[in-house]
Structures are given as structure tokens and as C-alpha cells.
Design a protein around this ligand. Structure first.
Ligand code: ZN
Length: 295
């Protein structure tokens, strides 16, 4: 009798445990499906790597809303302004500065004077080796016109038209300023863009170690294609099919480096360079990404 009771008890426990496991598995699958389900792309949307010589400036545009990731050197501020106005852009919903180097934030003062910026996202200014006066002037310009300024943190999310933008990493404790770059992922429909600023191998390895969401269709190659970045493991995890490299013609750093170009070629990644093609536009629709080169 007692043995039977124990048997029944064990069976009930087994059924309950199985039920809990099945329910949690179903919940996980439903959640994963929900997360992976692409949102429709309703608006005209594109990502454009502007031609700013040796520097970075990337425009995200969707449904009349615009974001600028980096502002090139100061020399190119006028050119960026012209290119934005050419698209009918009068204000920026978002400006993000990947890190405090002049080829990424050099144009920040004139551009925040000229354009209303609703939100400026900057790296942690307590953790930079460079002067912060330009960043602070720009922040006060943004605040004066009613915008807000925030420091990037991992996991921070913003939406811009049909884009969902997430900070997937920012390693402010890294030794090299380049590796302290804010790493961003922008999802639109089923497509994913990864923006790496000037991050190199140390930051790439941290992203891999953190199991960060770096898988993408289009990669903005880190640090203008420097030989210290885009390591094989990172490229394998990110697994892009397209890539963009921003660099100046005949630049003194030999960017992009042959080693990186070879790695991209071996991985079957089609890449576009601003020093050869000028501005490169990735036009996004639900079905495809089409690439337009300026030259
Ligand atoms: Zn740079």
C-alpha cells in the first residue's frame, strides 16, 4: 500500500516537472519567434556612409526621421551639412558620437550649431584621454535648442522611423580610446546593421565574450579597416554579407589594410569603400538591400 502511494507520488512529481519543462520550452519558443519576427518596413529608409575622407559619418534615414552616427573631421562639417540638406533634412532626431576622436567628433560644434539635434548620445566623457571642450560646447548647443544629451550605456534602445537601434557594447575601461567606441546595432525589417566606430580586436573579443548580439547583414568595418581590427573570430560571429569602409584616399595610415580586405574576401563579404566609391547608400526594403555608389 505504502509502496503504491510512493509510486503515485513520484508519478505526480514527474508529471508536474515535465509540465513545467514543456511550458517553459513553449514560452521560450514563442518569445524567440516574437523577437525574430521582422517588423514591416513602411517608410523610405536607408543607411548612407557619407564621404568624409579619413573619418566616419553615417546617416540613418527612415520616414523623414534622421540620425547621424559620427560627424567626420571639422573640415568636412560643411560637406555633411550640404549632404543632409540635400536630403531635405533640417533637424536630427539623433546624433551619436562613437568616441572622442577628431575624425569622428570633429564636426560636432558646427553641426550642432546649424542643426537642431533632439538627442545627442555621447560616450562617457569621464573615461576619455582627449579634451572634452568640443563635446561640451556641442552638448550645450543641443540643450539650448531644447534637446537632451545622454551618455551611452549597454542595452540602451532608440527607435528612428522603422529602425530599432541598440547599444550592444561600450567598453569604457579599455586602454585604447578606439576600443571605447560605442557599438551599435540597427535593425530594420529583417535586416541588421552593425556600427563599430573605431573598435579593434580587444573590443571585438569583449563583444564575443559577452555573447553580444553582433550578427548582422551589413558591417561598418571597425577603425577604417585597420589591421588591428576585424579579427577572424569577430567576422565569423558577425557573419555579414555586405560591409562598408570609410577612409580617405591615400591616407597615411594605409587604411583599409590588405589583411582586413583579404579576410572580408575570404568570408565572402562584399565591401564598399568611400575612398573609391564616394558616399555609399544601402537602401532597405522588406525584400532587399540595394547599394548605390556615388562614383
Ligand atoms: Zn577613426
Amino acid at each position: 500500500m505504502r509502496r503504491n502511494l510512493n509510486k503515485n507520488k513520484n508519478m505526480v512529481v514527474a508529471i508536474i516537472v515535465t509540465a513545467i519543462l514543456v511550458i517553459s520550452l513553449i514560452t521560450r519558443l514563442v518569445n524567440e519567434h516574437r523577437e525574430n519576427k521582422a517588423k514591416p518596413i513602411n517608410e523610405e529608409s536607408f543607411v548612407r556612409m557619407l564621404d568624409v575622407g579619413q573619418g566616419d559619418a553615417i546617416l540613418l534615414y527612415s520616414g523623414g526621421r534622421a540620425a547621424l552616427i559620427d560627424t567626420g573631421t571639422k573640415t568636412y562639417a560643411k560637406s555633411i551639412s550640404k549632404q543632409l540638406k540635400g536630403e531635405g533634412i533640417k533637424s536630427l532626431d539623433l546624433m551619436i558620437i562613437s568616441h572622442n576622436h577628431s575624425d569622428h567628433m570633429g564636426g560636432i560644434v558646427p553641426l550642432t550649431e546649424e542643426f537642431e539635434v533632439k538627442e545627442l548620445i555621447v560616450p562617457d566623457l569621464n573615461k576619455t584621454d582627449e579634451k572634452t571642450d568640443k563635446m561640451k560646447t556641442a552638448m550645450s548647443n543641443v540643450k539650448k535648442s531644447g534637446g537632451k544629451c545622454v551618455t551611452a550605456e549597454k542595452g540602451m534602445k532608440r527607435s528612428l522611423g522603422d529602425f530599432d537601434i541598440t547599444v550592444v557594447g561600450c567598453y569604457y575601461d579599455e586602454q585604447d580610446e578606439n576600443d571605447r567606441s560605442i557599438i551599435l546595432k540597427a535593425k530594420i525589417g529583417k535586416w541588421r546593421f552593425l556600427f563599430t566606430g573605431d573598435a579593434q580586436e580587444p573590443a571585438e573579443r569583449r563583444l564575443i565574450g559577452d555573447n553580444a548580439d553582433i550578427r548582422c547583414d551589413v558591417l561598418k568595418v571597425g577603425h577604417h579597416g585597420s589591421m588591428y581590427g576585424t579579427c577572424e573570430e569577430f567576422l565569423a560571429k558577425a557573419a555579414p554579407s555586405l560591409a562598408m569602409i570609410s577612409c580617405g584616399k591615400g591616407n597615411r595610415y594605409s587604411h583599409p589594410h590588405d589583411v582586413v580586405l583579404m579576410r572580408l574576401e575570404e568570408a565572402g563579404v562584399k565591401y564598399f569603400r568611400t575612398d573609391i566609391s564616394g558616399a555609399v547608400t544601402f537602401k532597405v526594403t522588406e525584400k532587399e538591400i540595394t547599394v548605390d555608389k556615388e562614383k
